[in-house]
Each structure stands twice: as structure tokens, then as C-alpha cells.
Design a protein around this ligand. Structure first.
Ligand code: KDG
Ligand code: MG
Length: 409
């Protein structure tokens, strides 16, 4: 099974997606997601200029060898652009191997360890009544675990609140990347956030009771001691997890947070290798691994990270926002079904235009996902549909404090 053709497909149905499409000499097609939100074209160039020429004619069955070759022969290792490019190759090769075997991909990863995959959705509101409506709507869609994000009094717009108005005048929805020539500027005030958030969770627990699993994303904005304070103040509301409470580069920051609170911690959506987790996992400073298959070098290294995490009773919480394409999402679902230490899967739903480009076979019912049983990943790329949506420049926003200082977004 030799790689005969390697194409990089860029399409922008509801947002930009980058997909690697490998075709073998016997006509099988494998797909890999290489979407890096706001930096898409850097990965396109990396793939087209430096990876595609190396793949042509190589043995598509040699997944691990190809991964090690691309990682080590680059000499300069890691980084989101490199690892998204390698991820796309890795996932496309797993798709091909599973198609060649005539099996859904999870069967090659050890088979199913569970029947279905618990998902969480994103509820949000500018105030409590709007948030409660959003939680009820998510429950009506079947979600049994819910992430809660709210506006903060005094701040114009913050990550994760659908009904806020963006600088463009459109609804924010769950999609933070905006189609514009420059990133939108948002504002931030950590003290206002730390004061407000416990009142939100108090209201949600009073309305929805103690059972509903609730999650929250701090989106990297706190110092370690601020994050410790938040974790402690949220303890009475029994969160499933507090995500990205501090910027992720400093692994030791989590030691300080951990020493002050029993609120479970999830981190890692911006990580790209196991080295970003080394201290966090070995010293048991987190409870959930948040990486995306797409941004962490693919299925092969994600399986290794999750197996390493399992030794310390740390579970998976794979990143699944809309900037992970249906191909990246399917890769996550096959892994979720197969690993023993599954925790939860993030599931934002893609729009109709995206679903017309990527024809999918995974299902969502009663709050649970399943990747389906078609051979491979179970996703087909409709190239004609993809061609209808050319790339559009889009950026994630960034934050400034009241005095003008750039802050973590
Ligand atoms: O591209 C950035 C988004 O993927 C990110 O902001 C989403 O934090 C996120 C989440 O938890 O889904
Ligand atoms: Mg997040």
C-alpha cells in the first residue's frame, strides 16, 4: 500500500479547515485534520513544501516509522505547526490502515472499552436566566454534562458566551475566531471574574440540583494563586472540572493550585507533545488531559500520552471545539472508545455547511457519542463541496486589561 497522491485541501464552510488527503496506489483514501485556528496557512505550507514530497511513494502501513521520521528528521522538534502537520499524516495513515483492514479504526486500537462516549456541551448566558435557558436547551438536545460560561458584569465580551455581541456586531456564539484582517480586541478583569463566577455556580446548583455534571473553562487567564482561590471558592458546587485555570507553559504553577483545592483540574488544549505533560502527569497535578488529536501529533502520540496518564489515574477529556474538523473529531471518538481511562469528550456541533463538506458517520444520542462502524475513521471529504468555500482570513481575539496591557486570552 504505497502513497500515490497527497493533497492539502483548504476549505472554509463555517470556518477554515485544513485537511490532508492521502490516496494509495490501490485507490484507498485517508484523511487527516491539520487545522490550526488562526494560523491555518502556516500548516498548509509546512505540509505542501516539506511533508508531501517526503510521503510520495512511501509505505502507508508504516505509521510509527513515518511519525518518527517526520518528528526526528525535522531536527527542530515540537511546536503547534509541526505537530498539526504530523498529526494529519498520522491520522490519515490510521484511516488508511483501518480501511485496508475493513474495520472501524477503534478496532485497531484494541477494540471498544465501552459502548458509548459521554459528551459535554457548551451552555452560556449573559445573565442567569439566559444561562438557565441555555442549559435547558442543551438538556433537551440530550447533553448530560454541561460546560457553563457567563458574561462578567463590566466586561464587553468574553470567551464562550454565545449571545454576546462581537466587535463585528454579530453574535459571538461558541466560535471565537472571527473573519477579519486583524484579531478582535476584548477586555479582561480577573478580580471581577473571581468575584462573579462563584455566584453563577451557586445559582446553577440551586436551579438544577446536585447531580448534573458541570464544567468551566478559565481559558488561561489567572495567575497560580488566583486559580487556587477560584478552585477553592468553587468547591461547594462540585465541578466535574476547572479547565485551563493558568497559562499552560509553567507546569509547576499547577502544583500551587493543586495544594489549595480539590476542584478537579483539566489542562492541555494548547499542548503539542507529551513533554508538556511530563511534570503534570508524573506529579499528579491534573485530573484530565485536554489535548486534541489534531494538535498533538495524531492518534499514535495521543494514545501514548493517555496510556502514561492512566498509570496515575488521570483521564481523557479530548478537546472538541468547532475548530477541530469532523476528521479530527472522528479520530478522537475512536480513541475515546478504545482507551480504558476515558473521562469525557467535548462536543460542540458543526454547522450544516461543514457537515456538507465532511460526510460523517458518528452519532450523538442521549448525550453519548459513537464513531460508527464504517471502515476507517468514518468521514468522507466531499471535494466538490469543499471547493465552494475558499479560505477566509480569520483570527482568534486577544485581551487587553483596562490600562492597555495585553493579557492572556
Ligand atoms: O481555537 C481556540 C478554541 O479551540 C478554544 O478557545 C476552545 O477553549 C476552548 C475549548 O475548551 O473548547
Ligand atoms: Mg478550553
Amino acid at each position: 500500500m504505497k502513497i500515490d497522491r497527497a493533497e492539502v485541501v483548504v476549505t472554509s464552510p463555517d470556518r477554515n479547515f485544513v485537511t490532508l488527503r492521502l490516496t494509495t496506489d490501490d485507490g484507498l483514501v485517508g484523511l487527516g485534520d491539520a487545522t490550526l485556528n488562526g494560523r491555518e496557512l502556516a500548516v498548509v505550507a509546512y505540509l505542501q513544501e516539506h511533508v508531501v514530497p517526503l510521503l510520495l511513494g512511501s509505505d502507508a502501513h508504516r505509521i510509527e516509522d513515518t511519525w518518527q521520521f517526520l518528528y526526528r528528521s525535522a531536527y527542530w522538534r515540537r511546536g503547534p505547526v509541526t505537530m498539526a502537520a504530523i498529526a494529519a499524516v498520522d491520522v490519515a495513515l490510521w484511516d488508511l490502515k483501518a480501511k485496508a483492514a475493513g474495520l472501524p479504526l477503534y478496532q485497531l486500537l484494541g477494540g471498544a472499552s465501552r459502548d458509548k462516549i459521554l459528551a459535554y456541551g457548551h451552555a452560556s448566558g449573559r445573565d442567569l436566566p439566559e444561562l438557565f435557558d441555555s442549559i435547558r436547551k442543551h438538556q433537551a438536545l440530550g447533553y448530560q454534562a454541561i460546560r457553563v460560561q457567563t458574561a462578567i458584569p463590566g466586561l464587553k465580551a468574553i470567551y464562550g458566551v454565545a449571545a454576546q455581541t462581537q466587535t463585528s456586531g454579530k453574535r459571538y456564539d461558541y466560535e471565537p475566531a472571527q473573519r477579519a484582517a486583524r484579531p478582535a480586541e476584548e477586555d479582561w478583569d480577573t478580580r471581577a471574574y473571581l468575584r462573579h463566577l462563584p455566584t453563577v455556580f451557586e445559582g446553577v446548583r440551586a436551579e438544577f440540583g446536585p447531580e448534573l455534571p458541570l464544567l468551566h473553562d478559565g481559558h488561561h487567564r489567572m495567575t497560580p494563586i488566583q486559580a487556587a482561590k477560584l478552585g477553592k471558592s468553587l468547591e461547594p458546587f462540585d465541578l466535574f472540572w476547572l479547565e485551563d485555570c493558568t497559562p499552560a507553559e509553567n507546569q509547576d504553577a499547577l502544583r500551587l493550585v493543586r495544594s489549595h483545592t480539590t476542584t478537579p483540574l483539566a489542562i492541555g488544549e494548547v499542548f503539542n507533545t507529551v513533554w508538556d505533560y511530563q511534570t503534570l502527569i508524573k506529579d499528579q497535578l491534573i485530573d484530565y488531559v485536554r489535548s486534541a488529536v489534531t494538535h498533538t501529533g495524531g492518534i499514535s502520540p495521543m494514545k501514548k500520552i493517555l496510556d502514561y496518564a492512566a498509570q496515575y489515574q488521570i483521564k481523557s477529556g479530548i478537546h472538541g471545539p468547532t475548530d477541530i474538523s469532523p476528521v479530527g473529531m472522528a479520530a478522537a471518538l475512536h480513541l475515546d472508545l478504545a482507551i480504558h481511562n476515558f473521562g469525557i469528550q467535548e462536543y460542540m456541533q458543526h454547522g450544516d455547511a461543514t457537515n456538507s463538506v465532511f460526510e460523517q458517520s458518528f452519532s450523538f444520542s442521549d448525550g453519548y457519542l459513537h464513531p460508527g462502524n464504517k471502515p476507517g475513521l468514518g468521514v468522507d471529504l466531499n471535494v466538490d463541496e469543499a471547493g465552494k468555500y475558499p479560505y477566509q482570513t480569520a483570527y482568534l481575539p486577544f485581551n487587553r486589561l483596562a490600562d492597555g496591557t495585553v493579557h492572556d486570552w
